[in-house]
Write a protein that binds this ligand. Structure first.
Ligand code: AMP
Length: 171
């Protein structure tokens, strides 16, 4: 699995000085890397009776629908504020500077539904925690949160205490 790291491009100082950006477009482009990634995520959850995989805008959308398809589950997008057309549930979360808002269609998750949250990178965990709160608010049963990459040194996992957290690759 660690061979996948060779397919992830690290870009220094993007989007701003001091950030080492993990670019997964090079992984997505590689046919065996893409297959390995999606197969590993599917394997991890195949017995978990997932009803719905939530992908977080934007890079979560690269993975979540494919994993949903592989699991025989549905896909639900969580989007930046103002993008979803129907009634939404919104959560505000802290960024390094200021706050941001994410939305989900209120009717997209039914009470008791078995939900998996999927994103490309777990960094500080603020985004994933906000989406976990959203699922709880809608009465969903959050089975786990999954990431292609986890930046261990940022301790995002601590924000998600009490949940099952799985990442394919650790930095
Ligand atoms: P956070 O809320 O801090 O866990 O940030 C998570 C979101 O920011 C993820 O959706 C990632 O797409 C993105 N992100 C944060 N840090 C990085 C990084 N170093 N490289 C690539 N994406 C990142």
């Amino acid at each position: 699995m660690n061979d996948l790291k060779n397919l992830i491009r690290e870009v220094a100082d993007f989007p701003k000085p001091g950030i080492n950006f993990y670019d997964i477009t090079t992984l997505l482009k590689d046919r065996s890397g893409l297959k390995l990634t999606l197969d590993a995520l599917k394997e991890r959850y195949k017995g978990s009776q997932i009803d719905t995989v939530i992908g977080i805008e934007a890079r979560g959308f690269f993975f979540a629908p494919a994993v949903a398809y592989a699991l025989g589950a549905g896909f639900v997008p969580v989007r930046k504020k103002g993008k979803l057309p129907h009634q939404t549930t919104c959560v505000e979360y802290a960024l390094e500077y200021g706050t941001d808002k994410l939305e989900i269609h209120t009717d997209a998750i039914q009470a008791g539904e078995r939900v998996l949250i999927l994103d490309d990178v777990l960094a500080t965990g603020g985004t994933a925690k906000a989406v976990a709160d959203m699922v709880a608010q809608l009465g969903g049963n959050l089975v786990g949160l999954s990431f292609v990459i986890e930046l261990d040194f940022l301790k995002g996992r601590d924000k998600l205490a009490g949940h099952d957290v799985f990442s394919l690759l650790h930095y």
